[in-house]
Ligand binder design. Structure first.
Ligand SMILES: [Fe+2]
Ligand SMILES: [Fe+2]
Length: 176
């Protein structure tokens, strides 16, 4: 992760509030009641990020053969929902990213069994699998479950069974 990117993210995230109402309605339509309820629990900056990702995916898939884009828009909207478990604010996330870079992300399972800030950092780093479980429990589409789990592991994209180009579009849309 590049420092400039982190800094940009940091200041962007400080802006309060969720996405515009029209975007919230669009998310509700894409997700259906229970997954939308889950999505709504994310803080404003995470909801704004997820809308941006989903809109870029929508644009990217418009020119492809993919007939049913809804499950993949849901995947874009919900990919980071596991960040709910850490309850980390913006500064805490920067610290978590630094911890992972210094100590190695494989410390996450151990950290998440500790307490306080260490635990939060561990949970934050495990947001892919935690998000996948949440989406599954909320009855979200299996593509969204799979994407939440895989989105930080490009080497697994090939085994997701998504139509050609979809995983790449999802990943590219997230890398703003
Ligand atoms: Fe993520
Ligand atoms: Fe993301």
């Amino acid at each position: 992760v590049k420092l400039a990117h982190l800094v940009r993210r940091f200041f962007g995230a400080l802006r309060p509030g969720g996405p515009p109402l029209a975007d919230e309605r669009w998310a509700a339509q894409v997700l259906g009641p229970r997954p939308f309820q889950l999505w709504s629990r994310m803080p404003g900056h995470d909801r704004r990020h997820s809308i941006g990702v989903a809109r870029r995916v929508e644009a990217a898939l418009a020119s492809t053969e993919v007939a049913d884009v809804r499950p993949f828009l849901a995947a874009a909207l919900l990919h980071d929902v596991g960040k709910l478990d850490s309850g980390l604010g913006i500064l805490g996330r920067v610290a978590a990213t630094v911890c992972a870079a210094v100590a190695g992300a494989d410390m996450a399972p151990l950290w998440s069994q500790r307490r306080g800030f260490t635990r939060r950092v561990g949970l934050y780093l495990r947001h892919p699998e935690l998000g996948a479980s949440r989406i599954e429990l909320a009855g979200g589409p299996p593509q969204a479950v799979a994407w939440a789990r895989a989105h930080h592991e490009p080497e697994t994209y090939g085994s997701l069974g998504f139509p050609p180009g979809v995983a790449a579009a999802l990943a590219a849309a997230d890398d703003d």
